[in-house]
Design a protein around this ligand. Structure first.
Ligand code: PEP
Ligand code: MG
Length: 594
């Protein structure tokens, strides 16, 4: 085992959520514990204030220690960052706001701090001054530190050690199921490393949604003892254990460079995703957490191409009733308006389980009672969800789609349920959008091959490459040992996608692609050249993909596809893609899959 006094070592894994973090290893899921959220009585105010004072003193002490260390080991310039954090800790506005929220909202100090920090950083993000806007991140960092100290106070150190510490926590685990990842709090967990997992596992997808840098399929994690310092790069998958001062300095420098790059990309948000020769495509977001939807329009200027509704259930640990679902869908539809949102009906099963819904143990869950199969098996739950979605359609631009359609019968049955729910709403004079568009996901080879049988029943197709690849190439999408066989640009996959797009276009329908393939810059020329109308991806992937599209010619992308369709392997296709990107937008090459 390595601890904080051992020699530097480098471990490697697959980077699945970008970001650089220097932090301390924790091995306990306790550190993912939810922050307290409870109402208080006026008589408890003083006790809450005292907790805040203690946490602030702790935070101050930690920052001063770090400042000293940075000045001694790195440079005065790095130590300066801590000066700003220390100033924030003493900022009278912040403290007055926390106290005002405590008094008026009568909530525990953790919640008062969260609200005050959120307001403070939002105020700053809206300023015209770019330097100030960049400070919004520092405010959240300081907020996270205060919250960590509130959650793991010094008095309990012995009990919770080594969870509580000045350094951000890097959770290390054999594997983390999506149901647990859904509860991770980025203010408590700065990054995670697992031995299992893959790029398209739902845990990795959630890490990107939560903005938590993550590395999966990491080798040798057994040597990571609680308390060891690691510097990890969630893009390259490199983990420096007990990094030396040069490595830490390089990390801090690279963090600054990436922040500046991201800022320049975000400034292009209002430009269309249009190729140099004038072909426009639509970029939209995949959303797992309802809270993400609230900031999407403002931050990325996009709507939602895939709302994975199962995470509403996984997050709240219960089966939501119609009213609860309606509220969540309505809030989302209103938040992204005038842009649209595609709600996907429940896709549980596979690697996503809800302990509250009784599901049989299956030998092969990805091939089993999953997604639309489960909804058709439990029409009581399915109809409640359809009702809630339809009712929300009166409040924004809502579309609905069904996951994992593998036969025409399934699609017809799902549509029959939808029609019956509509009839009932009409009878009761409950408003919904009569022109609501309905689509089906293409995730199973049979659906891709028989697209021409499905097309007349839907308004659009949405290609889910995460599953289409696993089912077409017989590769479990979450098994790291066979990840080398998981190849989205495999010519067989390209031919399936090509068929779906051709059929849709012949029938005047549109096609979206919402698997992770849409978020990988290396494949952007391919999906563009195949004529996909809409690309849906993790919000963080949108700015770089937009810039890449704006640097490419559709003419070149179409030629690339023509060649790729005749290649014999995914490797050959990737060579072609890399060549095109090297010529059109070389700055994107370091961000492509290795
Ligand atoms: C897909 O399969 O590509 C998809 C988007 O659905 P999920 O990842 O939720 O299975
Ligand atoms: Mg899928």
């Amino acid at each position: 085992m390595l601890n904080s006094h051992s020699q530097p070592v480098v471990l490697r894994g697959t980077g699945v959520s970008a970001g650089l973090v220097v932090g301390k290893v924790v091995r306990s899921h306790k550190s993912m514990a939810k922050l307290p959220d409870f109402p208080i009585q006026p008589a408890q105010l003083e006790a809450e204030r005292e907790r805040l004072r203690t946490a602030l003193n702790e935070s101050r002490q930690q920052l001063e220690n770090m400042q000293e260390r940075l000045a001694a080991e790195l440079s005065e310039q790095h130590a300066e960052i801590m000066t700003f954090h220390l100033m924030l800790l003493d900022d009278p506005t912040l403290l007055t706001n926390i106290d005002a929220i405590l008094r008026t909202d009568l909530v525990c100090v953790e919640q008062a701090t969260i609200r005050a920090i959120e307001r403070f950083s939002q105020d700053i993000s809206q300023k015209n001054n770019a330097m100030l806007r960049e400070r919004a991140g520092d405010i959240r960092d300081v907020g996270a530190r205060i919250l960590r100290n509130l959650a793991f106070p010094a008095a309990k150190e012995a009990e919770t050690a080594p969870i509580r510490d000045a350094e951000p926590h890097v959770l290390v685990a054999e594997d983390i199921p999506p149901s647990e990842a859904a509860h991770m709090d980025p203010r408590l967990i700065a990054a995670f490393i697992t031995a299992g997992g893959s790029r398209t596992s739902h845990t990795a997808i959630l890490a990107r949604a939560l903005g938590i840098p993550a590395i999966v399929a990491a080798n040798g994690i057994d040597i990571l003892e609680p308390g060891a310092i690691v510097a990890l790069d969630g893009a390259t998958g490199e983990i420096h254990v007990n990094p030396d001062r040069d490595t830490i300095a390089a990390f801090l420098q690279e963090t600054d460079r990436q922040k500046a790059w991201l800022s320049s990309l975000l400034a292009e948000n209002h430009q269309p995703a249009e190729t140099l020769d004038g072909y426009q495509t639509c970029l939209v977001a995949n959303v797992e957490l309802p809270s993400e939807a609230l900031t999407l329009r403002e931050r990325y200027n996009v709507g939602i191409g895939l709302f994975r509704t199962e995470f509403l259930f996984l997050n709240s640990c219960k089966v939501l009733n119609e009213e609860e679902q309606f509220e969540a869908y309505k809030t989302t539809a209103e938040a992204v308006y005038p842009m649209s949102v595609i709600f996907r009906t429940l896709d549980i099963g596979g690697d996503k389980f809800l302990s509250l819904i009784d599901m049989q143990h299956e030998l092969n869950p990805f091939m089993g009672m999953r997604a639309i199969r489960f909804s058709l098996h439990r029409p009581d739950l399915f109809r409640v969800q359809l009702r809630a979605m339809l009712r929300a359609s009166a409040f924004g631009k809502v579309r609905i789609m069904f996951p994992l359609i593998s036969t025409l019968d399934e699609l017809i049955h799902a549509l029959e349920h939808l029609e019956e729910v509509k009839q009932d709403l009409r009878r009761r004079c409950i408003p919904f959008n009569e022109k609501l568009e309905v689509g089906c996901m293409i995730e199973v080879p049979s659906a891709a091959i028989l697209a021409e049988r499905l097309v007349n029943h839907v308004d659009f197709f949405s290609i889910g490459t995460n599953d289409l690849v696993q089912y077409s190439l017989a590769v479990d999408r979450s098994n790291p040992d066979i990840a080398y066989l998981y190849q989205p640009p495999h010519p067989a996959i390209l031919r399936l996608i090509r068929n779906v797009v051709t059929v849709a276009c012949e029938h005047g329908k549109w096609v979206s692609l919402c698997g992770e393939m849409a978020a990988e810059p290396l494949y952007t020329p391919l999906v563009l050249g195949m004529g996909i109308h809409e690309l849906s991806m993790s919000p963080v992937a949108i700015p770089p993909i937009r810039r890449l599209i704006r640097s490419i010619n559709m003419y070149d992308a179409e030629n690339l596809v023509a060649e790729a369709l005749h290649c014999g392997s995914a490797d050959e296709v990737e060579v072609l893609c890399r060549k095109l990107i090297a010529k059109a937008c070389p700055e994107m090459l370091p961000h492509t899959k290795k």
